[in-house]
Design a protein around this ligand. Structure first.
Ligand SMILES: Nc1ncnc2c1ncn2[C@@H]1O[C@H](COP(=O)(O)OP(=O)(O)O)[C@@H](O)[C@H]1O
Ligand SMILES: [Mg+2]
Length: 423
């Protein structure tokens, strides 16, 4: 039987230790505790944390908190405010430490590891506990705090309209759900290392780093990989569409670009994702107004000036039309990540991963052989169609026929689409 008292005591002990020690900060709290006691205005969890009966209910789903803790003499319940307090840290911590389950908790709770390490407890290591906890930057609460701070500033609201910000914890597809080419994997590893060793790069004066251009046809995973990187790196994702910036605020375009770059510096560390990057090429060749040309120059200049090493912003741009970009644009990127149409073996792996949780009897290898030219996004669509027709058939069981039929339908659709273009 799981002992709820241990869970309750973990929270109370964590609060007590966190409150007592100056040197502990918000990243020393386990994620659920950090999120629960987060204060937007402080962009942090201010001290002291005061734990209420409701907090325990929220965090652990325990109803009779007061009754539960009655047996513990070192916990006091303040009846008026329904706050819980440890009256003797020494008694509480030694009671906690006596239970086997607490060992696991201490290993993943930096505040507790800090405390027990000081007591010279065997096998307790603050640094390794800390490595197991994701930093505050992954939390929705962190992103919301940044946003409301920027909203308060003059022109802040206008800035925020230009972008979409996602917290790492809200990113649905991690890298492990995406099938990458060898080359993509290598580039990603380089980026991960660069972020991790940012301080070192600064020391040795390497600033031309952290600008990545993703190139490939629609549906090959550019947006998905960019987002997944934010999840991998534990930093927020800031997305901007160049067409949006210009369509909505024509004339203000150059100013908007400056605003976006100013904004991401405030949100740093973060990823700035510029989708539809080829848009800048369009403005160069056409003789649109001077305002747009100015905007393009502003953009290139802003890209030059931003640095991962200095500003903590990883810049990722994506394009479906690499040939439209001139050398002035290419030159700005230190890494190019190619997104080819997946070959048969990649298609099979994509099919396998998408059907991972689907019951049935089917052969993804066979399907991968009849889907030449399909992108990852096309394959997803095929599976979705196949699942829907199985449901229409009152089945939650996928068959090879479902898949083959979905491929046929997809091909038909593609045919209609291309014939339409010829008119
Ligand atoms: N290599 C891949 N592995 C797994 N899923 C993929 C892959 N490529 C594309 N997809 C899926 O296809 C959909 C569209 O991909 P997306 O990232 O929007 O492509 P792009 O930005 O290149 O147009 C997403 O749901 C994505 O997960
Ligand atoms: Mg995309």
């Amino acid at each position: 039987m799981k002992n709820p008292l241990i869970d309750i005591l973990e929270i109370l002990l964590t609060a007590e230790v966190y409150n007592r020690h100056e040197e502990l900060d918000v990243n020393d709290l386990p994620k659920p505790i950090r999120k629960r006691f987060w204060k937007k205005e402080y962009k942090s969890v201010p001290k002291p944390i005061s734990v209420s009966v409701d907090d325990i209910k929220f965090l652990l789903g325990i109803e009779n908190v007061v009754k539960e803790v009655k047996s513990l003499p070192f916990i006091e319940v303040d009846k008026a405010g329904f706050r819980l307090k440890i009256t003797s840290l020494e008694l509480a911590s030694s009671w906690f430490n006596k239970h086997d389950e607490s060992k696991e908790k201490i290993e993943t709770n930096p505040s507790l590891a800090f405390y027990y390490e000081q007591l010279k407890e065997d096998g307790v290591d603050y640094i390794s506990a800390k490595e197991k906890v994701k930093p505050k930057e992954v939390d929705r609460e962190w992103v919301d705090s940044l946003i409301s701070e920027i909203e308060e500033e003059e022109g802040g609201k206008d800035m925020l309209k230009l972008v979409r910000i996602i917290a790492p914890e809200d990113i649905m597809q991690p890298l492990s759900d995406l099938i990458l080419t060898k080359n993509q994997e290598e580039k990603i590893e380089k980026i991960v290392r660069a972020i991790k060793h940012r301080e070192y790069l600064r020391q040795i004066g390497l600033y031309d780093i952290g600008k990545l251009l993703m190139v490939g046809p629609p549906g090959t995973g550019k947006t998905s990989v960019a987002r997944a990187l934010s999840e991998r790196l534990d930093i927020p994702f800031v997305e901007v569409r160049l067409s949006m910036i210009t369509d909505q605020y024509l004339g203000e375009t150059a100013k908007n670009i400056d605003r976006v770059f100013e904004l991401v510096k405030k949100l740093a560390p973060c990823i700035l994702f510029i989708d539809e990057f080829d848009f800048i090429a369009k403005t160069r060749v056409s003789d649109e107004h001077a305002a747009l040309k100015r905007a393009v120059n502003t953009l290139l200049k802003a890209i030059d000036e931003i640095s991962l090493t200095r500003d903590g912003v990883l810049l990722i741009a994506a394009t479906n039309h690499p040939r439209m970009l001139d050398s002035a644009a290419w030159r700005r990127f230190d890494e190019i990540m190619n997104f080819p149409q997946p070959d048969a073996s990649m298609r099979r792996l994509i099919l396998d991963i998408v059907t991972r949780d689907i019951e049935g009897e089917f052969d993804t290898a066979e399907i991968s052989n009849v889907t030449e030219g399909y992108t990852g996004s096309d394959l997803r669509m095929v599976i979705r169609e196949a699942v829907l027709s199985s449901l229409v058939d009152n089945r939650k069981y996928l068959t090879q026929d479902d898949l083959v039929e979905a491929v046929d339908n997809f091909n038909e659709r593609a045919l209609i689409k291309s014939s339409d273009n010829s008119f």
